[in-house]
Design a protein around this ligand. Structure first.
Ligand code: B12
Ligand code: SF4
Length: 562
């Protein structure tokens, strides 16, 4: 159904500034490939942040379209809104969906309405995102978007080019149509603007329509650690820990509660309570603001050593305050049960701290979930398998076992780039799909063990069954990736002696892999074959899907999800 139809007279345009103001339409398109996060209905914080600051501080009439609120977004509908420019965010797993959407959009507009992309995919894989965008605004966009808009308003092409060359973090085409990048970016210091859900069609009372509705909040941005695999510094361009004014955080929560009827929040801080005093103040103010109303339920991301007692931990009193302010779930980045892998990750953590933290949270009635990044060099198949029992010991209500993903700009990438399997399709780059070569097992064994753990753990009790169902669905959609890994192993990795079999276990031969990287012909053959196998498996899955459904699914993605 077209978007205007769904929203009647009101259409999709947000209630505007002065009439005649130029329009910016921002589109958030969810990935077709299922992932865990997609089973909750939540617009992404980064997009909401940029939309909110524009709505508050620019002269434009801003509309933010989130497909889960308004239904499938159709390029024709966006063109009919007559925007001055269109902006999009997106995760890498959504890249095929974005390519399909904007290929049609560019066709309809003849390239006359510029498309600006930002967010994770644009920042981590700019060369890929250039396939669908005219401009990429990498890193934090909440300040740099203003000079970009000023440049795009400039009618004189050489003046515009000069303005574009000064927008930090921008990818653009210069006067000779050559792509240029302005890499140096300052960090955003003040995150002191507020949500305005009036600019989001379908947001009103969304809590009544979606049982799994959540609203993201942010109290701080950045982290004080630099784990080898973590993308936070590469996503912001520079390190630094910033906090938001507590009044703004509380405003956003109260506004979401009143306008949308949503009291479930996800804190998008990389490291919540990295500044203890600030977190206490936010929680104090939350408790006051929601007094006598439905208590908020907040999920936040924390390290186990923040809650394990000892010098770097929050006190019992402060944890009690978090609970009073609404924190009901802590998501721990536990990463591995192998001490060797934890050292390789520079996680600065021990298993004893995991247990101590779980006891602290239990005392305060806060639930816990654990996320693991498996496939580091100390991880054996048994280490990964034992996650299911360790999770019981910690009393986690859910475990999320992700694959190590070696991503641009991380220490992990600098040290281990050669372990990435070439040609891996973007739609599987969602944390569930394996695309690296682990040291102590084959890639397909890592892929299978991750899901063995998730399915085993969530099949144990009735309350975990919904999660079991979700993992089963994701696992079904991942089969083309698994088939490709198995073929790559038997057609490439084993014949080329990249893995050796020792007493029925597989071990990587890093020297051999590096030797292949140093040999032009071997490297060419290796890359070409892996890429071909991935492509064949994805295409085959797409063809089957088409046969079953009788209609094509955007950009060759197998599976339409839940
Ligand atoms: C919080 C979080 C979540 C929350 C999101 C809650 C929400 N409603 O926003 C939850 C738990 C739901 C989640 C889910 C998932 N996540 Co997540 N998540 C994060 C995390 C920890 C922080 C993201 C965040 O909010 N940052 C704070 C804001 C300020 O930063 P930002 O998003 O980068 O936004 C800024 C800029 O990017 C830019 N920007 C953003 N959008 C736009 C748009 C335009 C037009 C412009 C100009 C600029 C711009 O400006 C913003 C403000 O400065 C990151 C890790 C990290 N270190 O960042 C992973 C991360 C984003 N997640 C990731 C993944 C893979 C997932 C899942 C697929 C995992 C899964 N298998 O379930 C799902 C996907 C859900 C979905 N939508 O389908 C990956 C994405 C990698 C990639 N290249 O795609 C990340 C980077 C983690 C990683 N592996 O490194 N996630
Ligand atoms: S994994 Fe967590 S603790 Fe480590 S750098 Fe990233 S956000 Fe910080």
């Amino acid at each position: 159904m077209g978007l205007h139809g769904r929203h009647g007279e009101e259409g999709l345009l947000a209630k505007g500034k002065e009439s005649g103001a130029k329009k910016i339409v921002m589109v958030e398109i969810s990935p077709t490939m299922p992932n865990l996060g997609r089973f909750i209905v939540t617009p992404t914080y980064g997009m909401l942040a940029v939309a909110s600051v524009l709505a508050e501080r620019s002269k434009y009439n801003v509309t933010l379209l989130y497909d889960r609120y308004v239904g499938k977004i159709i390029p024709e509908d966006v063109v009919a809104m007559d925007p001055f420019i269109v902006m999009a965010n997106g995760l890498t797993t959504a890249a095929p969906d974005l390519e399909a959407f904007f290929s049609r959009f560019h066709e309809l507009t003849d390239g006359k309405i510029p498309v600006v992309a930002g967010g994770e995919h644009a920042t981590m894989y700019p060369e890929e995102a250039l396939k669908y965008a005219d401009y990429l605004l990498m890193f934090e966009g909440d300040e740099t978007v203003f000079p970009l808009l000023e440049a795009l308003e400039e009618p004189d092409s050489s003046k515009r080019d000069s303005l574009l060359s000064r927008v930090p973090g921008l990818y653009y085409r210069d006067l000779s149509d050559t792509w240029r990048c302005n890499p140096d970016v300052p960090r955003v210091e003040k995150i002191n603007y507020r949500y305005n859900f009036e600019i989001m069609p379908g947001a009103k009372d969304a809590g009544k329509r979606f049982r799994a509705a959540r609203i993201p909040l942010q109290t701080s941005r950045g982290c004080k650690y630099s784990c080898s695999f973590c993308s936070w510094i590469s996503l912001y361009g520079k390190p630094g820990y910033r906090v938001r004014p507590p009044e703004d955080v509380v405003h956003d929560a109260v506004h979401a509660s009143e306008h949308m009827g949503i009291n479930d929040f996800f804190l998008c801080d990389n490291l919540f309570a990295g500044d203890e005093e600030h977190a206490s103040e936010v929680m104090n103010q939350m408790a006051v603001a929601f007094e006598g109303k439905r208590k908020p339920s907040i999920t936040c991301l924390m390290r186990a050593d923040q809650l394990s007692g000892g010098p770097s931990s929050l006190s019992e009193k402060k944890v009690a305050l978090l609970a009073r302010g609404g924190v009901s779930i802590v998501s721990f980045g536990l990463e591995s049960l192998s001490e060797r892998s934890l050292i390789q990750m520079r996680k600065q953590m021990t298993l004893d701290k995991y247990i101590a933290a779980s006891e602290m949270l239990r005392r305060h009635g806060i639930s816990m979930l654990g996320t693991f990044a498996s496939g580091f060099d100390g991880d054996t198949i048994d280490d990964i398998r034992s996650i299911a029992d360790f999770a019981e010991k910690m009393n986690l209500f859910t475990v999320q076992v992700y694959a190590r993903c070696i991503t641009p700009g991380t220490t992990d990438m600098i040290m281990s780039e050669h372990r990435i399997i070439p040609g891996h399709p973007n739609q599987y780059k969602n944390g569930h799909g394996v695309w690296i070569m682990p040291a102590l097992m084959l890639p397909s064994q890592l892929q299978e063990t991750m899901f063995e753990v998730a399915l085993k753990f969530h099949n144990r009790t009735r309350s975990r069954r919904p999660a079991h169902l979700i993992f089963s669905r994701i696992w079904t959609q991942l089969q083309p990736n698994l088939r490709a890994l198995k073929r790559i192993e038997s057609e490439v990795l084993l014949p080329m002696r990249i893995y050796k079999s020792i007493k029925q276990e597989f071990r990587i031969d890093d020297d051999r892999l590096l030797q292949i990287h140093d040999n032009k012909d071997l490297l060419h053959r290796y890359r070409k074959t892996c890429t071909r196998i991935f492509t064949e498996e994805v295409d085959a899955a797409f063809a089957t899907q088409q046969d079953q459904n009788g209609y094509p699914i955007a950009a060759g993605i197998p599976g339409a999800g839940a």
